[in-house]
Write a protein that binds this ligand. Structure first.
Ligand code: 8X3
Length: 249
């Protein structure tokens, strides 16, 4: 029997990452669930028959250990680790928040990609899927630190696709809009539940992590000659970043 296809998902401890790990496992992949929170990824890995790898994508040593665990062949890399920290206007911007966002959404993605690229090439049909955002397509007030970082994710993806043009590796980006997860808005607003709730107020059906995972599962399983360069996915209620249909009682 041939060995199963393998996938690495970073930021697998919650939200889109955890949902993607489940989706890929259901598609037959052996999934390396990489994230910082050991208890969460161990529970997930045991649920889906995958492998938990404690990994902080911003640490070179940690990423090297991930590559060591994965070995010399990998089919799919989902660079999902990322996030927004703070929502201050530029005039009140917090440099540490901005640095953290660039570290995780851009530099972390590069480090993981760099470390796993030889194994993806060795598979003969690798896929790199970067989780960007509609924040990488537009600007909005209070979002500059995050939108700048997610524009970075987009541009790094485009650059990598050019650089790997003669290699057997596809390079894709998914750019989700409003996705309701347990942590994204809560982390952004430093635990302020009320502000986090307000993001989704009156929106009947924001996307779920599973909706995004479903799209990722589709993108990475296209025939090997088909590269989905980018896919923007939003809830029907969000026609554009600022144009959201909300119904209040
Ligand atoms: C999250 C989308 O609208 O909060 O990546 O920028 S948004």
């Amino acid at each position: 029997m041939s060995s199963p296809r393998t996938a690495v998902v970073t930021g697998a401890s919650s939200g889109i990452g955890a949902a993607t790990a489940r989706t890929l496992a259901a598609q037959g992949f052996h999934v390396y669930c990489a994230a910082r929170r050991t208890d969460r990824i161990e529970a997930l890995a045991s649920e889906i028959g995958g492998t938990a790898v404690v990994c902080d994508v911003t640490s070179k040593e940690s990423v090297a250990a991930l590559a060591e665990t994965v070995g010399d062949r990998l089919d799919v890399l989902v660079n999902n680790a990322g996030g927004a920290f703070g929502a201050a206007p530029v005039a009140q911007g917090d440099a540490d928040d901005w640095r953290r966002m660039y570290e995780v959404n851009v530099i972390g993605l590069m480090q993981v990609t760099r470390a796993l690229l030889p194994a993806l090439v060795a598979s003969g049909a690798g896929v790199i899927l970067n989780v960007g955002s509609t924040a990488g397509r537009t600007a909005y007030e209070g979002g500059a630190g995050y939108t700048a970082a997610k524009h970075g994710t987009k541009v790094v993806t485009e650059t990598l696709r050019l650089e790997l043009w003669d290699q057997p590796v596809r390079v894709c980006e998914i750019a989700p809009g409003m996705v309701r997860t347990d942590e994204f808005a809560l982390v952004r607003f430093e635990g302020d539940q009320e502000r986090a709730e307000a993001v989704y107020a009156g929106v009947a059906e924001p996307l779920t992590a599973e909706d995004v995972a479903d799209a990722i599962g589709w993108m990475v399983t296209r025939p090997v000659h088909v590269n989905i360069d980018e896919l923007v996915i939003r809830p029907r209620a969000q026609a554009a970043q600022h144009k959201v249909h909300r119904v209040h009682d």
